[in-house]
Design a protein around this ligand. Structure first.
Ligand code: FAD
Length: 486
């Protein structure tokens, strides 16, 4: 059997692999992306879910990274207004940790480093900000600034959808078994028994980047540091749509952020040996609870935790002594000792588009493609809406039977794609059976047929976050209904 030949074979369906697939397909390349689990099954669904410049990186003089991330934040807020929402952060002052002037200068830089911004600039906390200060212990001074919140796994899927709409082949549940350079191309064996040929390959295996290089017999110049980060979810800790960034005695910071009607708290920074070590442990849960209890009047304990998630950051090893200090910037390593291989070390959800543009800037010339800017101004699938509030009002008017909560959830998740999904649906009966948590047949089929969902977990935990609200019995009912879905 002759192998199909691609221009580019991408290993890994996290945010970086999918963003590169989008960029490359828009440049007209014939792309195959393989992911051995689900899209965003690992780090790209375990983030804090912020589209941010990274205020704390300024302390490590990462001005270039912060400026680039802020520019990307602005682009993303406009390109995916359905799944990305502006978020106000409250930063309480802790004189013993960082003086007022230091935070003021940091926030001033944060406001201006990225150039022209549509999000509100920072300011001091005012007496009238009682909604922000009331949940906190003591009379608080501090600051208010802006960043944005994203559904990380859905952003990954939107990258993949845009890539597919431009001709890329995206396959999940398939691993790269082995690959070798032969006759001027990569010959790759896949876990489904297929052999494919590609003129170039991208290693976007995230925390597995090194293991994959080892398997390919390629020596890398760069190293990764694997650093675990965990989050806990507790019932709503305070009223309001805003988030908190809290300074801790060890000089780390953690966030408390509204998430799916509850509060998400994270993260930790724990060096680990293997990508598979992405599991929260009891000491992390205590650490996060203690951190909240230091700042908030309402006290929490491990018994309040309703959900957790952990991910392993594949950080580029810059030799920093502590995990919290390791750079969050990325490095792209191009090996041209034969057909090109580009490996991705590090990165952020926020900077994935920029990383992809740079990846094609490096790789393109090596395979005779002239890279140009194809995604800078490009809207993501579903993102062509004129303001989220206006769009939501239209959704409620067009499909009143969805109800308030479900129309908001679906408007966020699908944006303008809702018109296609619900085309011709006149009433609740047209949505089909509710498989659990308000996910009806029409939506679940969409996830399966259009968004690569292959299991109940893909639908509950990554295509939607409905899994967070289901108990074990409801989850099991959903799993059965998923299996029976025609
Ligand atoms: C706790 C935490 C909080 C974070 N918070 C933020 C944040 O708020 N904002 C932000 O911008 N960034 C954040 N990040 C960073 C961001 O999440 C990561 O940089 C990003 O998700 C990495 O994506 P990736 O595509 O490189 O890796 P991954 O998402 O892990 O994807 C790699 C994929 O490769 C696949 N793979 C590996 N080997 C093979 C093989 N042989 N064959 C096929 N497939 C293979 C894996 O299954 C995996 O799905 C955070 C990270 C962590 C851990």
């Amino acid at each position: 059997m002759t192998a199909v030949t691609y221009d580019l074979l991408i290993i890994g369906g996290g945010i970086n692999g999918c963003a590169i697939a989008r960029e490359a397909s828009l440049l007209g390349l014939k792309v195959l992306l393989i992911e051995r689990d689900d899209l965003a099954a690992h780090t790209s669904s375990a983030s804090t879910k912020l589209i941010h410049g990274g205020l704390r990186y300024l302390e490590y003089y990462e001005f270039k990274l912060v400026a680039e991330a802020l520019r990307e934040r602005e682009r993303l807020v406009n390109a995916a207004p359905h799944i990305i929402r502006p978020l106000t952060f409250v930063l309480p002052q802790e004189n013993s940790l960082r003086p007022w002037w230091m935070l003021r200068i940091g926030l001033y830089l944060y406001d201006f480093l990225g150039g022209k911004m549509s999000l509100a600039r920072s300011r001091g906390l005012r007496r009238s900000d009682t909604a922000y200060t009331a949940p906190l212990k003591g009379g608080r001074s501090g600051f208010v600034y802006s960043d944005a919140q994203v559904d990380d796994s859905r952003l990954t899927v939107l990258n993949a959808m845009d890539a597919r709409d431009n001709g890329a082949e995206i396959v999940t549940g398939i691993a790269l078994e082995s690959a070798r350079r032969e006759g001027g191309v990569w010959r790759a064996s896949l876990s489904d028994g297929r052999t494919v040929e590609a003129r170039a390959m991208v290693n976007a295996a995230g925390p597995w980047v090194h293991l994959l290089l080892e398997r390919l017999g390629v020596n890398a110049k760069s190293n990764v540091r694997l650093v675990k980060g965990s989050h806990i979810v507790v019932p709503k800790l305070y009223e309001g749509d805003h988030a908190y960034i809290l300074q801790l005695p060890d000089r780390r910071i953690i966030f408390a952020i509204p998430w799916q009607g509850q509060t998400e708290i994270g993260t930790t920074d724990i060096p680990v040996d293997a990508p598979e070590d992405a599991k929260i442990d009891a000491s992390e849960i205590s650490y996060l609870c203690d951190a909240i209890n230091t700042h908030f009047i309402k006290q929490i304990s491990p018994a309040d935790v309703t959900a957790t998630w952990s991910g392993v950051r594949p950080l580029y090893d810059d030799g920093a002594s502590e995990a919290k200090e390791v750079t969050r910037d990325y490095v792209l390593e191009l090996d041209t000792s034969g057909p090109p291989l580009l490996s991705v070390f590090g990165g952020k959800i926020t900077t994935a588009r920029h990383l992809a543009e740079e990846a094609m800037g490096k790789l393109g010339p090596a395979i005779g493609v002239q890279p140009h800017q194809v995604t800078r101004m490009r809207v993501f699938p579903g993102g062509a809406i004129a303001g989220f509030d206006h769009f939501l009002a239209q959704v409620r008017l067009t499909w009143p039977f969805l109800g308030d909560a479900r129309s908001a959830r679906m408007a966020h998740a699908y944006g303008a794609m809702l018109g296609e999904m619900l085309h011709g649906v006149k009433d609740e009966a047209g949505m089909g059976r509710d498989l659990g948590g308000g996910l009806t047949e029409i939506e679940v089929r969409w996830m399966r047929d259009r968004e690569w969902a292959r299991s109940a977990a893909d639908a509950l935990d990554r295509r939607s976050k409905v899994g967070l609200t289901l108990n074990a019995a409801e989850r099991s009912t959903f799993e059965h209904a998923w299996t029976a879905l025609a």
